[in-house]
Design a protein around this ligand. Sequence first.
Ligand code: SF4
Ligand code: SF4
Length: 365
Amino acid sequence: MHETDSIAEARRSLEICNACRYCEGYCAVFPAMELKREFTAPDLGYLANLCHGCRGCYYACQYAPPHEFGINLPKAFAEIRTESYEHYAWPQPLARLFRRNGTVVSVAAALGVALVLVLTALLQDAGVLFGAHAGPGAFYRVIPFAAMVTVASATFLFALLALGMSVANFWRASGVPAAGGRPKALWQAVRDALTLRNLSGGGHGCNDRDGSFSGARRHLHHTMFYGFLLCFAATSVATVYDHVFGWIAPYALLSLPVVLGTLGGIGMVVGTVGLIWLKIVGDSEPVARRVLGGDYALLFLLLLVALTGLLLLALRATPAMGIALAVHLGFILALFLLLPYSKFVHGLYRFAALLRAAKERPAHE
Ligand code: SF4
Ligand code: SF4
């Protein structure tokens, strides 16, 4: 990573933290920091991605603003995280999409929906687009199966490749021990990621809105994340139904793909709305304003994917199904294309940082 103002600010702060160490029980960042005396830019990229932005150290710190030291780690780390996504992104020419990310995500979402709507309107006559369709293959009468699968596979595979290459760049640059480390490090990192242990503030919750403690953000993030996984499971089960058993969508209301997708969609709506609300009502002092646009944009895109999916379920037997399907697929197309160039990458970078921290942790802990 390059030297930037955020890197210099985080380095200055951590040199003070390393002498103070008051916050060492709050999260994984402080024990990892204590293993170092000097902080290179890649070290700070690693520590920034280990930070979950719980804000506990900001409200606990006697040197936070208005003190002249002005320690504000959540803000500095949030800026460095976005710089790291851009620095390690693959392919590099697309890394610029992380700048003005709120605008990029919003424009891509609008273009995704417009593209699918226009193509559907051009390729289908109005009778098909605005007609009611029922029974197996109803969706494919509006958008042909081959077009749907080709676009979905191409965008998803590209997103997987770009995400994998970006995280591999980050992993290599952060200087992880090539071999060794604790044997249970992988399991520990998986557990820390799935439980969001670092959003617990050491057990008493995090500072979602102000100096008071709460578990709201952790629970809402769980609701959104597991909702997303349920939707992914619904799509995977539907793929097996289609390709292995020859059972063609749409499926009955109580079938496994529909139940998983409905629960997942509701979870995503509840989680994203709650997280947006927390951002709106929360204290803005520990927040990096220049990354907020990208945070909001991804939350709104996930919300629109979930809402249009639920809307499609509600309208699938009506003449509005064609338009609902095109709009839903448009948002999914935008989401897939933006996976490697939006805040979505934070999950993978954070997992890589958690794995490094678990590998470096002393064996007796
Ligand atoms: S954030 Fe403040 S209180 Fe916490 S370790 Fe750093 S200097 Fe000390
Ligand atoms: S904001 Fe929370 S997770 Fe980040 S360094 Fe401070 S205490 Fe740790």
